[in-house]
Design a protein around this ligand. Structure first.
Ligand code: FAD
Length: 388
C-alpha cells in the first residue's frame, strides 16, 4: 500500500520547506519528506545567518525571488512571532582599480548598482573613504574602493526560516515525515512513485529539493552538472565591540584581484561578542555523505590571517565556534529550477551555488505556482536545465 498525495516535496531544507509551505497555503494535499529532521546542520542551511540583498549582482533574473522572499519573511514573522529578517543594511566593497569577479560575475559592485537603479531599490554609491567615516569596524581601506550600500538589505536566520515554514505548512494541513530517506523517484504515466525507508509514496507531481544530495538522488544529467564544495564558517571572539554600532551592516568585501580574495561577515547581534566571517572555495570537491564536518583550528587560523587580521576592529584570533557547510554549484554558478528533462512530473530545485538562501522563500512560491497552477509569476527560463 502506498501513501498518496497531490504533491510530494523531497528534502525540507531552505527550498523544500518554502515549497511545502506555499503548496499548503494553496490548500493542496502535500507530503514533505526529509532524511533528517530539519532544520539541521548536515546540509546547506545552518550557521545562524545568511546575507540578503535586493540588488542581486548575480543577475536581474534573481531580483523577483529576493523581493518576494523578503515579503514572505515579514508575513511569516507576523504569523509566527519569530524574528527572521534583520534589515541592518549590506555593504558590497571591491578594489577601486581593476575588475574583480564574484560568484562568477565580473564587476559585481557595478552590477549591483545597475540592478538597484533598474528596480528602484534604495541604495547609496560610496567609496572606501565614506565607509571608513561611517562604519569604524572596517580597517585598512584605501579610500578609492567601489562600494554599494543597500540600507534595506541585511541577514535572515536560516534555521528559524526553515522551522517557521515547516510549522506553518503543518498548521495548514501538510504532512511532514522526517527521518525518511528517499531512495528512488520514478514516473509512470501521470503518477510518480517514490520509494523510501518508510515505504512507497505516490503523487501526481514531485518536487525534489534535496540540496547537496540532488545529484546522487536524481542521477543523469544532474550528477554531471552539480558539484559539491565544502565551505567553512568561523566565529572569532571580539575583545571590543564598540566599533560595531547599531547601524553596523552585513558586508561582502573583495580586497584583492581574484574571486577568492574576499570574505563576508555579519555584525554581532547586541550582547554577542562573536564576529561571524567566511570566505569561499571552489577547488576541492566533496559529497554530502563524505564531507569532513570537523573544522581544523589551522583552517580558522588561515582564515584569520588571510582575511580578518588588520581589516576588522576589535577581533581576536580566538575561535568561538566553527562549522562546515555545503555549496552545490552548477557550471555557471546559477540555479536549476526546472522540470526533470525525462520525467515531466518531477520538478527539480537546485538553488545554491552559494547564494540561494535569500531567494528561497520566493523560489518556493514560484515553484508552488508552477506545479499547482501551471505557470509561475516569475520567469523561470534563466534557470532551465537545457541551458547547459
Ligand atoms: C556556508 C554557506 C554560506 C552561505 N551563505 C549564503 C548567504 O549569505 N546568502 C544566501 O543567499 N545564500 C547563502 N548560502 C546558500 C544557501 O544557504 C543555500 O542556497 C540553501 O541553503 C540551499 O538550500 P537547499 O534547500 O537546496 O538545501 P538544504 O537546506 O541542505 O536542504 C536539503 C534537504 O534535503 C534533505 N535530503 C537530502 N537527500 C534526501 C533524501 N534522499 N531523502 C529525503 N531527504 C533528503 C536533506 O536532509 C536536507 O534537509 C550559503 C551556503 C553555505 C553552505
Amino acid at each position: 500500500m502506498s501513501e498518496k498525495a497531490d504533491f510530494l516535496v523531497v528534502g525540507l531544507g531552505a527550498m523544500g520547506s518554502a515549497t511545502l509551505y506555499q503548496l499548503a497555503r494553496r490548500g493542496a494535499k502535500v507530503i514533505g519528506l526529509d532524511r533528517f529532521s530539519p532544520p539541521h546542520t548536515l546540509g546547506s542551511s545552518h550557521g545562524e545567518t545568511r546575507i540578503t540583498r535586493q540588488a542581486v549582482g548575480e543577475g536581474r533574473d534573481y531580483v523577483p525571488f529576493v523581493m518576494n522572499s523578503q515579503r514572505v519573511w515579514r508575513e511569516l514573522e507576523a504569523e509566527t512571532g519569530e524574528h527572521l529578517f534583520n534589515a541592518c543594511g549590506v555593504l558590497v566593497m571591491a578594489p577601486g582599480v581593476g575588475e574583480v569577479s564574484h560568484h562568477g560575475k565580473p564587476d559585481f559592485v557595478i552590477r549591483s548598482i545597475d540592478a538597484a537603479r533598474a528596480f528602484g531599490i534604495k541604495h547609496e554609491v560610496l567609496n572606501g573613504k565614506d565607509v571608513t567615516g561611517r562604519f569604524p569596524q572596517f580597517l585598512g581601506l584605501q579610500g578609492n574602493e567601489k562600494v554599494y550600500y543597500e540600507p534595506g538589505g541585511g541577514y535572515v536566520m536560516p534555521e528559524r526560516c526553515v522551522h517557521a515554514q515547516l510549522t506553518r505548512a503543518k498548521a495548514l494541513g501538510a504532512a511532514i515525515r522526517t527521518n525518511v530517506e528517499v531512495g528512488s523517484i520514478a514516473q509512470t504515466g501521470t503518477s510518480v512513485r517514490v520509494e523510501t525507508t518508510a515505504g512507497t509514496f505516490e503523487a501526481g507531481q514531485v518536487v525534489v529539493s534535496a540540496g547537496a544530495w540532488n545529484a546522487h538522488l536524481l542521477g543523469a544529467p544532474f550528477d554531471r552538472l552539480l558539484t559539491v564544495n565544502r565551505q567553512l564558517l568561523h566565529w572569532f571572539e571580539l575583545e571590543d565591540t564598540s566599533a560595531y554600532r547599531a547601524d553596523a551592516p552585513v558586508f561582502i568585501w573583495m580586497h584583492g584581484a581574484t574571486d577568492v580574495d574576499y570574505f563576508y561577515g555579519f555584525p554581532p547581534p547586541s550582547g554577542d561578542r562573536r564576529l561571524k566571517v567566511a570566505t569561499e572555495q571552489y577547488e576541492t570537491r566533496t559529497t554530502a555523505d563524505t564531507i569532513n564536518r570537523v573544522v581544523d583550528p589551522a583552517e580558522s587560523a588561515k582564515m584569520y590571517r588571510q582575511h580578518v587580521q588588520g581589516r576588522m576592529a576589535g577581533v581576536t584570533p580566538r575561535v568561538a565556534q566553527a562549522a562546515a557547510c555545503l555549496y552545490t554549484v552548477t557550471p555557471d554558478r546559477g540555479f536549476i529550477i526546472d522540470r526533470h528533462p525525462e520525467q515531466d512530473s518531477v520538478f527539480v530545485i537546485s538553488a545554491c551555488s552559494g547564494h540561494g538562501f535569500k531567494h528561497s522563500a520566493g523560489i518556493g512560491n514560484a515553484v508552488a505556482e508552477k506545479v499547482a497552477e501551471g505557470r509561475s509569476s516569475v520567469d523561470l527560463s534563466a534557470f532551465s536545465v537545457s541551458r547547459f
